[in-house]
Design a protein around this ligand. Structure first.
Ligand SMILES: Nc1ncnc2c1ncn2[C@@H]1O[C@H](COP(=O)(O)OP(=O)(O)O)[C@@H](O)[C@H]1O
Ligand SMILES: [Mg+2]
Length: 212
Protein backbone atom coordinates (compact mmCIF):
# COMPACT_ATOMS: atom_id res chain seq x y z
CA UNK A 1 0.00 0.00 0.00
CA UNK A 2 1.20 3.51 -0.83
CA UNK A 3 0.35 5.81 2.06
CA UNK A 4 0.63 9.57 1.82
CA UNK A 5 -0.20 11.43 5.00
CA UNK A 6 -0.45 15.20 5.39
CA UNK A 7 2.21 15.86 2.76
CA UNK A 8 2.65 19.63 2.97
CA UNK A 9 4.06 21.98 0.35
CA UNK A 10 3.71 25.59 -0.85
CA UNK A 11 5.10 27.09 -4.06
CA UNK A 12 6.98 30.37 -3.64
CA UNK A 13 4.45 33.07 -2.79
CA UNK A 14 1.67 30.55 -2.03
CA UNK A 15 -0.03 31.57 1.22
CA UNK A 16 -2.03 28.44 2.09
CA UNK A 17 0.04 25.28 1.55
CA UNK A 18 -1.18 22.09 -0.06
CA UNK A 19 -1.80 19.29 2.46
CA UNK A 20 -2.20 15.97 0.65
CA UNK A 21 -3.29 12.62 2.13
CA UNK A 22 -3.97 9.60 -0.08
CA UNK A 23 -4.01 5.79 -0.17
CA UNK A 24 -3.21 3.74 -3.27
CA UNK A 25 -3.45 -0.05 -3.34
CA UNK A 26 -1.40 -2.46 -5.49
CA UNK A 27 -3.07 -3.60 -8.70
CA UNK A 28 -5.46 -0.66 -8.59
CA UNK A 29 -5.85 2.66 -10.32
CA UNK A 30 -6.33 5.63 -8.02
CA UNK A 31 -7.73 8.64 -9.86
CA UNK A 32 -7.06 12.27 -8.99
CA UNK A 33 -9.12 14.98 -10.64
CA UNK A 34 -9.54 18.68 -10.02
CA UNK A 35 -9.75 21.98 -11.84
CA UNK A 36 -6.86 23.37 -13.83
CA UNK A 37 -4.37 24.82 -11.34
CA UNK A 38 -5.79 22.78 -8.44
CA UNK A 39 -2.40 21.20 -7.72
CA UNK A 40 -2.55 17.83 -9.51
CA UNK A 41 0.88 18.08 -11.12
CA UNK A 42 2.29 19.46 -7.87
CA UNK A 43 1.06 16.32 -6.09
CA UNK A 44 2.76 14.06 -8.66
CA UNK A 45 5.99 16.09 -8.48
CA UNK A 46 5.98 15.62 -4.69
CA UNK A 47 5.43 11.87 -5.05
CA UNK A 48 8.14 11.59 -7.70
CA UNK A 49 10.58 13.55 -5.55
CA UNK A 50 10.96 16.58 -7.83
CA UNK A 51 9.52 18.79 -5.07
CA UNK A 52 10.35 18.47 -1.37
CA UNK A 53 7.53 18.67 1.18
CA UNK A 54 7.95 20.63 4.41
CA UNK A 55 5.97 18.10 6.49
CA UNK A 56 4.12 14.81 6.19
CA UNK A 57 4.96 11.22 5.31
CA UNK A 58 5.01 8.96 2.27
CA UNK A 59 5.55 5.20 2.64
CA UNK A 60 5.30 2.16 0.37
CA UNK A 61 4.56 -1.01 2.33
CA UNK A 62 5.95 0.72 5.40
CA UNK A 63 9.16 1.95 3.75
CA UNK A 64 9.82 5.69 4.00
CA UNK A 65 10.24 7.07 0.46
CA UNK A 66 10.84 10.73 1.29
CA UNK A 67 14.63 10.46 1.85
CA UNK A 68 15.07 8.94 -1.63
CA UNK A 69 16.06 11.18 -4.58
CA UNK A 70 13.83 10.86 -7.67
CA UNK A 71 16.03 8.30 -9.47
CA UNK A 72 16.03 6.00 -6.44
CA UNK A 73 12.31 6.15 -5.76
CA UNK A 74 10.25 3.10 -6.76
CA UNK A 75 8.29 5.45 -9.00
CA UNK A 76 7.78 6.01 -12.75
CA UNK A 77 6.16 9.15 -14.17
CA UNK A 78 4.39 9.20 -17.52
CA UNK A 79 3.37 12.55 -18.98
CA UNK A 80 0.92 13.66 -21.63
CA UNK A 81 3.55 15.12 -23.91
CA UNK A 82 5.72 12.14 -24.57
CA UNK A 83 9.39 12.16 -23.84
CA UNK A 84 10.41 9.84 -26.66
CA UNK A 85 13.53 10.68 -28.63
CA UNK A 86 12.14 11.26 -32.13
CA UNK A 87 15.34 10.37 -33.96
CA UNK A 88 15.70 7.01 -32.15
CA UNK A 89 14.00 3.79 -33.17
CA UNK A 90 11.10 2.48 -31.11
CA UNK A 91 13.17 -0.34 -29.61
CA UNK A 92 16.00 2.06 -28.70
CA UNK A 93 13.54 4.34 -26.92
CA UNK A 94 12.12 1.41 -24.96
CA UNK A 95 15.66 0.17 -24.18
CA UNK A 96 16.20 3.38 -22.18
CA UNK A 97 13.98 1.90 -19.47
CA UNK A 98 16.73 -0.62 -18.64
CA UNK A 99 19.89 0.08 -16.65
CA UNK A 100 22.83 0.90 -18.95
CA UNK A 101 24.75 -2.14 -17.64
CA UNK A 102 22.12 -4.60 -19.01
CA UNK A 103 23.70 -7.03 -21.48
CA UNK A 104 22.81 -6.74 -25.15
CA UNK A 105 21.16 -10.16 -25.18
CA UNK A 106 19.08 -9.59 -22.05
CA UNK A 107 18.07 -6.12 -23.26
CA UNK A 108 16.93 -7.46 -26.65
CA UNK A 109 14.75 -10.08 -24.98
CA UNK A 110 13.22 -7.67 -22.49
CA UNK A 111 12.55 -4.98 -25.07
CA UNK A 112 10.87 -7.52 -27.34
CA UNK A 113 8.68 -8.81 -24.48
CA UNK A 114 7.68 -5.26 -23.49
CA UNK A 115 6.80 -4.36 -27.09
CA UNK A 116 4.64 -7.48 -27.23
CA UNK A 117 2.90 -6.55 -23.98
CA UNK A 118 1.89 -3.14 -25.34
CA UNK A 119 1.02 -4.34 -28.85
CA UNK A 120 3.87 -2.73 -30.77
CA UNK A 121 5.49 -5.76 -32.37
CA UNK A 122 6.67 -4.99 -35.90
CA UNK A 123 7.37 -1.32 -35.22
CA UNK A 124 10.65 -1.94 -33.35
CA UNK A 125 12.86 -0.47 -36.06
CA UNK A 126 10.69 2.51 -36.92
CA UNK A 127 11.84 5.94 -35.80
CA UNK A 128 9.72 7.39 -32.99
CA UNK A 129 8.94 10.45 -35.14
CA UNK A 130 6.95 8.19 -37.49
CA UNK A 131 4.68 6.71 -34.76
CA UNK A 132 1.10 7.86 -34.18
CA UNK A 133 0.14 9.48 -30.86
CA UNK A 134 -1.27 6.21 -29.54
CA UNK A 135 1.79 4.25 -30.64
CA UNK A 136 4.04 6.76 -28.88
CA UNK A 137 2.09 6.28 -25.66
CA UNK A 138 2.41 2.51 -26.06
CA UNK A 139 6.17 2.87 -26.51
CA UNK A 140 6.37 5.06 -23.41
CA UNK A 141 4.37 2.44 -21.50
CA UNK A 142 6.77 -0.27 -22.71
CA UNK A 143 9.67 1.74 -21.31
CA UNK A 144 7.78 2.07 -18.04
CA UNK A 145 7.26 -1.71 -18.04
CA UNK A 146 11.01 -2.25 -18.22
CA UNK A 147 11.59 0.18 -15.37
CA UNK A 148 8.98 -1.89 -13.51
CA UNK A 149 8.74 0.44 -10.53
CA UNK A 150 5.80 -0.36 -8.22
CA UNK A 151 4.34 3.15 -8.30
CA UNK A 152 3.19 4.54 -11.67
CA UNK A 153 2.21 8.22 -11.88
CA UNK A 154 0.23 9.29 -14.95
CA UNK A 155 -0.33 13.00 -15.60
CA UNK A 156 -3.16 13.40 -18.14
CA UNK A 157 -1.56 10.64 -20.23
CA UNK A 158 -4.43 10.15 -22.67
CA UNK A 159 -5.47 13.74 -23.30
CA UNK A 160 -3.77 14.13 -26.67
CA UNK A 161 -5.35 10.93 -28.05
CA UNK A 162 -8.55 10.47 -30.03
CA UNK A 163 -11.43 8.75 -28.19
CA UNK A 164 -10.96 5.24 -29.58
CA UNK A 165 -7.19 5.23 -28.98
CA UNK A 166 -7.71 6.69 -25.52
CA UNK A 167 -10.04 3.86 -24.54
CA UNK A 168 -7.58 1.22 -25.80
CA UNK A 169 -4.54 2.69 -24.03
CA UNK A 170 -6.43 3.27 -20.81
CA UNK A 171 -7.56 -0.38 -20.79
CA UNK A 172 -3.95 -1.38 -21.40
CA UNK A 173 -2.88 0.67 -18.37
CA UNK A 174 -5.49 -1.13 -16.26
CA UNK A 175 -4.34 -4.57 -17.48
CA UNK A 176 -0.67 -3.77 -16.81
CA UNK A 177 -1.52 -2.32 -13.39
CA UNK A 178 -3.34 -5.51 -12.39
CA UNK A 179 -0.74 -7.87 -13.88
CA UNK A 180 2.24 -6.08 -12.34
CA UNK A 181 0.60 -5.10 -9.07
CA UNK A 182 1.47 -1.45 -9.66
CA UNK A 183 0.06 1.33 -7.49
CA UNK A 184 -1.11 3.54 -10.36
CA UNK A 185 -2.12 7.14 -9.74
CA UNK A 186 -3.97 8.65 -12.69
CA UNK A 187 -4.45 12.39 -12.98
CA UNK A 188 -7.27 12.99 -15.43
CA UNK A 189 -10.09 15.42 -16.06
CA UNK A 190 -11.95 12.88 -18.20
CA UNK A 191 -14.82 11.56 -16.09
CA UNK A 192 -15.31 8.62 -18.47
CA UNK A 193 -11.67 7.49 -18.11
CA UNK A 194 -11.98 7.63 -14.35
CA UNK A 195 -15.29 5.76 -14.34
CA UNK A 196 -13.88 3.10 -16.66
CA UNK A 197 -10.70 2.14 -14.82
CA UNK A 198 -10.33 3.73 -11.36
CA UNK A 199 -10.96 1.85 -8.10
CA UNK A 200 -10.37 4.85 -5.82
CA UNK A 201 -11.17 8.44 -6.58
CA UNK A 202 -9.97 11.74 -5.17
CA UNK A 203 -10.59 15.35 -6.08
CA UNK A 204 -8.21 18.15 -5.22
CA UNK A 205 -10.21 21.08 -3.88
CA UNK A 206 -8.96 24.01 -1.85
CA UNK A 207 -5.49 22.49 -1.54
CA UNK A 208 -6.46 19.08 -0.17
CA UNK A 209 -7.40 15.65 -1.53
CA UNK A 210 -10.96 14.61 -0.91
CA UNK A 211 -11.94 10.95 -1.35
CA UNK A 212 -15.10 10.60 -3.45
N1 LIG B 1 7.16 26.39 -9.89
C1 LIG B 1 6.08 27.04 -9.48
N2 LIG B 1 6.20 28.21 -8.81
C2 LIG B 1 5.11 28.86 -8.37
N3 LIG B 1 3.85 28.45 -8.55
C3 LIG B 1 3.68 27.29 -9.22
C4 LIG B 1 4.77 26.52 -9.71
N4 LIG B 1 4.28 25.41 -10.32
C5 LIG B 1 2.95 25.48 -10.21
N5 LIG B 1 2.57 26.60 -9.55
C6 LIG B 1 1.20 27.00 -9.23
O1 LIG B 1 0.63 26.02 -8.39
C7 LIG B 1 -0.73 25.80 -8.74
C8 LIG B 1 -0.95 24.34 -9.07
O2 LIG B 1 -0.28 24.01 -10.25
P1 LIG B 1 -0.35 22.54 -10.86
O3 LIG B 1 0.02 21.57 -9.80
O4 LIG B 1 0.45 22.53 -12.10
O5 LIG B 1 -1.93 22.41 -11.17
P2 LIG B 1 -2.72 21.34 -12.07
O6 LIG B 1 -1.76 20.29 -12.51
O7 LIG B 1 -3.82 20.84 -11.19
O8 LIG B 1 -3.28 22.11 -13.22
C9 LIG B 1 -1.04 26.73 -9.90
O9 LIG B 1 -1.65 27.89 -9.36
C10 LIG B 1 0.32 27.04 -10.46
O10 LIG B 1 0.34 28.32 -11.04
MG1 LIG C 1 -1.12 19.62 -14.37
Amino acid sequence: MLRVDQLTFAHPGQVKPYVFSLLAAPGEITAVSGASGAGKSTLLDLLAGFLTPTAGTMTLDGRDLLPLPPEERPVSLLLQAQSLFDHLRTDSNVRLGLPARTSRHEADQKVRAALEDVGLVGLDHQRASTLSGGQKQRAALARTLLRNRPVLLLDEPFSALDDATRATIRDLVLTLTRDRGWHTILVSHHADDIAAIASRRYVIADGTLIAT
